[in-house]
Design a protein around this ligand. Structure first.
Ligand SMILES: Cc1cc2nc3c(=O)[nH]c(=O)nc-3n(C[C@H](O)[C@H](O)[C@H](O)COP(=O)(O)OP(=O)(O)OC[C@H]3O[C@@H](n4cnc5c(N)ncnc54)[C@H](O)[C@@H]3O)c2cc1C
Length: 382
């Protein structure tokens, strides 16, 4: 979240940006509480994340961006949440030593930020939540594509929702679009605002000892999550798994030049394979002690994200469509955003007198007709 602060402070001011950071941070505790209370087995791990910079220019931009949050107001305790963030950027007065950077466990870092973070296995979490909801009476229809929502409500105030796979037609007073990348198929007014963009993830494993070459060594186990920023758009992000393997995403610089492979492309049948070579040596190049690990990407998969033109999610009432609500456009960054957005939309759907402003969501997340004709084009500069 700190990596994007500069952009949001310039566009929306410091207060609106601080609101977003606080909102994201609050997910950590709230998700952990829900997982514990509902006993959902989803590999929740609370840890710290290291956002590590290898590129001076990228680091300077981020440092400049967060300065207002670190300045006077911080000293006066206004942005309490910044106390948990540890910024280690070198300055002329205080150049960083090797000792300062040692705790990152990476090679060649120029500076870093660390902050509390968590990771889960999201599919297990969502399935766990669904199981509870179904046991309480939720009518869940899987493999039921929505083909169309009627352009207007009927005279009784119902939207007509046509579905495929012989599931028929639903009439509903309230419709919630939780369709992320695929939103514009049902709400074409979002075609410029939310663009389907493909990304990838991989599972990097260490060969079993019996398969290892004589000069291969078990690497040190990682306990933190990471973003490694090797240059503008270059690098990766990862979580460690309990078995010593890692899940790595990002690496978009390896495929961004091939626009047709990822931009405005919702087809997740086709793998982006340009990153394989980069990923196979990623751990060896980046982490201390992994040089002779033989680590390689055993599986790579592709998914489709909802990039928004202004890098912000769209949440609230769909403009000019009373009774339709939306939460979409999470920019490949939904885990610290979706959960409370879902709660807010549920409150709005259940209670006609609850409006966006009552929900506690960051003000800039509100979907508006102005944002549909956005002046930004961030999907091409993620
Ligand atoms: C490779 C990859 C790595 C990621 N890594 C991270 C990460 O490390 N951290 C992070 O915070 N986020 C990450 N994300 C993003 C995160 O997965 C999303 O922000 C999150 O899944 C958004 O949740 P969602 O429910 O809004 O959308 P989705 O998970 O995309 O769900 C939308 C659902 O709507 C359904 N749908 C859409 N249209 C229709 C229709 N017409 N009829 C019926 N169903 C429909 C889809 O089938 C889908 O199930 C990553 C995404 C990808 C692809």
């Amino acid at each position: 979240m700190y990596g994007h602060a500069a952009k949001f402070i310039t566009r929306h001011g410091i207060e609106a940006t601080a609101e977003m950071i606080k909102y994201e941070i609050s997910h950590l505790r709230i998700l952990a509480d829900v997982i514990e209370r509902e006993k959902i087995d989803c590999d929740l791990t609370l840890t710290r994340s290291f956002d590590v910079y290898f590129d001076q220019e990228v680091m300077d931009k981020v440092r400049h961006g967060v300065e207002p949050l670190l300045s006077d107001s911080y000293q006066q305790g206004k942005y309490e949440f910044m106390k948990d963030a540890d910024f280690r950027f070198p300055t002329t007065d205080h150049p960083l030593t090797e000792e300062d950077l040692k705790e990152t466990k990476v090679k060649g870092a120029k500076g870093f930020v660390s902050f509390p973070a968590g990771h889960i296995w999201p599919y297990k979490f969502i399935s766990g939540l669904l199981e509870i909801a179904v046991s309480k009476g939720l009518n869940l229809q899987t493999n039921t594509p929505v083909l169309e929502i009627s352009p207007q409500r009927d005279e009784e105030g119902y939207w007509k929702i046509s579905t495929g796979n012989d599931r028929g037609v639903i009439r509903a007073r309230k419709v919630i679009l939780a369709t992320n990348a695929y939103t514009s198929a049902l709400a074409p007014e979002y075609a410029k605002a939310i663009v389907p963009c493909k990304g990838l993830c991989c599972h990097i494993v260490i060969p079993q000892s019996s398969d290892q070459d004589a000069d291969q060594k078990l690497p040190p186990r990682l306990t933190n999550t990471y973003v490694t920023r090797h240059g503008s758009g270059a690098g990766g992000y990862l979580i460690p798994r309990p078995d010593g393997s890692v899940i790595v995403g990002g690496t978009s610089h390896t495929f961004t030049p091939f626009l047709e492979q990822w931009h405005n492309n919702p087809n997740d049948d086709v793998l982006i394979d340009a990153a394989k070579q980069y990923l196979d040596g990623y751990m060896q190049r980046t982490f201390v002690g992994w040089e002779n690990s033989g680590a390689y990407s055993r599986e790579i998969w592709t998914g489709v994200m909802g990039y928004s033109a202004d890098s912000l999610p769209h949440i609230g009432v769909v403009p000019s469509k009373e009774g339709q609500l939306i939460l979409a456009g999470f920019n490949g960054h939904g885990m610290p955003v979706c959960f409370l957005a879902g709660k807010a939309i549920a409150q709005m759907a259940l209670c006609d007198n609850v409006i966006f402003e009552d929900t506690g969501l960051p003000r800039v997340y509100k979907t508006t007709s102005d944002r549909l004709e956005t002046k930004y084009n961030d999907t091409l500069q993620p």
